[in-house]
Design a binder for this molecule. Structure first.
Ligand code: FES
Length: 95
């Protein structure tokens, strides 16, 4: 299945194979999202999901903990390093 990812900051839309980590996609197609630790420690990769939240892998415990510390009460924010893309999304950098 092909997923469409729109990067608002870069005005760029990619068509990629679904079920890939967002980190892998961003490594292969340079965009504005920055990654620091890639392991739920730094918060550098914070993104806002403009549409398609249901098309990302579910939030796991360790991501939830860091999101609650960094951006409590912002349900449309995710850590890009933890997201697997499962369908169409529109995102932008949130930090
Ligand atoms: S890159 Fe550090 S939390 Fe995602």
């Amino acid at each position: 299945m092909i997923a469409s990812i729109h990067f608002e900051d870069d005005k760029k839309t990619l068509q990629v194979e679904a079920s890939q980590p967002l980190t892998k996609i961003c490594d292969e197609h340079p965009v504005s999202i920055l990654f620091g630790c890639r392991c739920v420690a730094c918060g550098t990769c914070l993104i806002e999901i403009l549409s398609g939240m249901d098309n990302l892998s579910p939030i796991r415990e360790e991501e939830r903990i860091l999101l609650d510390i960094l951006v409590p009460d912002h349900p449309n924010l995710r850590l890009a390093c933890q997201c697997v893309v499962q369908g169409d999304i529109r995102i932008r950098v949130a930090n």
